[in-house]
Design a protein around this ligand. Structure first.
Ligand SMILES: [Zn+2]
Length: 153
């Protein structure tokens, strides 16, 4: 006699329940490697010091070589949305959540998209001071930066 029992994967193992995973390439791999070590690093020109986001192999101002350099991880919300419906997998348990462009303190215009955590989404405002922290992205081997409000200017 045969059985028809089927193993059902747990919800956590269902790829459709997981957030999209990064796909590092030669240019962005150092960004992800730094995050895995609990550092936020952005692309910077070694000649003139210009920060470049998105990263480039050569500086757009002086054509100098670039490398990923640690930033302080502090900045301010430049713009944001409050996500009320799940449009990408992996965040059903976190609705509503905030996705922001965070302008880092190192340079005007140096902005990184990230989630804002630790605050009621209704309280988020442009200019809100935030600091990076690091969290594992479910479903893979990646660490991502999220930003949490801090006191002070
Ligand atoms: Zn340069």
């Amino acid at each position: 006699m045969t059985t028809t029992h089927e193993e059902r994967p747990s919800v956590g193992a269902d790829p459709l329940s997981l957030p999209p995973q990064p796909v590092p390439d030669a240019v962005t791999a150092p960004f992800w490697a730094a995050l895995a070590e609990g550092r936020l690093a952005m692309c910077r020109c070694e000649h003139c010091g210009l920060w470049l986001q998105p990263p480039l192999e050569r500086c757009r101002r002086c054509a100098g070589p670039t490398r990923f350099t640690d930033v302080a991880g502090t900045g301010a919300v430049y713009s944001f949305i409050v996500q009320h419906r799940a449009t990408v997998p992996g965040y059903l348990d976190n609705l509503p959540y905030v996705v922001a462009l965070v302008e880092l303190d190192e340079q005007a215009g140096l902005r990184l998209p990230a989630r804002i955590v630790g605050i009621d989404p209704a309280e988020v405002r442009c200019g809100l001071r935030v600091r990076a922290e690091f969290t594992e992205l479910p479903g893979g081997d990646f660490t991502v930066a999220v930003f949490r409000p801090v006191d002070g200017p």
